[in-house]
Design a protein around this ligand. Sequence first.
Ligand SMILES: [Zn+2]
Length: 260
Amino acid sequence: MLATDALVIRSVKYGEHDVLLTLLTADRGQMFVCAKGGRSLKSEQLALSQLFTYANMEIYEKNGRFWLKGGSVIQSFYKISDHIESLAVASYMAETVRDFTAEGEPCPSELQLLLNMLYALDKGIRNPALIKAVWEIRLSCISGYAPDLDRCSGCGSENAGFLDLEDGHLLCQDCADRLLLRQGPDGIMVYVHQTVSVKRGALSALKYVSSASPKKLLSFELTDPEEIANFCAVCEAFFLYHVGHGYTSLDFCHDISHVQ
Ligand SMILES: [Zn+2]
C-alpha cells in the first residue's frame, strides 16, 4: 500500500462500474490506476475519480496493476467546469502534460505548474487564454526548451522582433533577413527557419514568465488586446514547434474562441 498526493489527468470509463485513471504524482510521474466502482454514485471513489481532482490517494498493487483503495480530496477545482473556456484550457493542459511526463519518472515541477494553472483557472485569476500561454512557455522552459529572449542573437540589438522557433533565439529584422532568407526553388525568397513576430509587450511578458517564481507566474502586466493576442500566438507556436504535433483539445480551444 502506498499513499501519495496525485492529480487526476485522465479518467476513462471501464466496463459498467470501473474507471481507469491516469494520475500525475511528483515522485512517480504518471501512474495508471483502476478505481473499482468509480462510476457508481454510492462509491466513495467517485469524487477521487473526477478529472482534475487532486487528492491524497491510497493505492495498492495486485496482479501487476495499481488499484485505488481510497483517499481524501485536497482540491477538486470543481469551478473549472463552470466555464467552457476554462474547461477547454484545463483539458488541453491535462492532455499535453502526458507528453512531458512518464511513468516512473519524478516530475515535481510539471505537477506544481499544472496545479498552479488549474488553481488560476478555478479562481478565475486571469483570462484562460493567458493561462494557456503561460502553461505552454513555462512547460517548455521546464523541459529544457527555454527560448533565449535577451537580445538579437545576430547583432546584439535590443530591438529584436522575431523569434526563430527552431533555435529559440531572437533576431532583429536585418539579422533575420541576413541569416535566414534564402531563394526558394520557385524564385521566391523564404525564411529557412520558421519565425514568429514578437511585439514589445509580449516579449516583456515572455521574459517574465520564463524566469518568475512558480507562484508569481501570472503577475505580469499585459492589457493591450493586440499584445495579448501576440503573446498567446507566440507561446502556442513555440510550444507546438517543439512538440511536433497538434492536440484535439487544442482544436477545441480554438473552436470555442471563434464562437465567443
Ligand atoms: Zn540583429
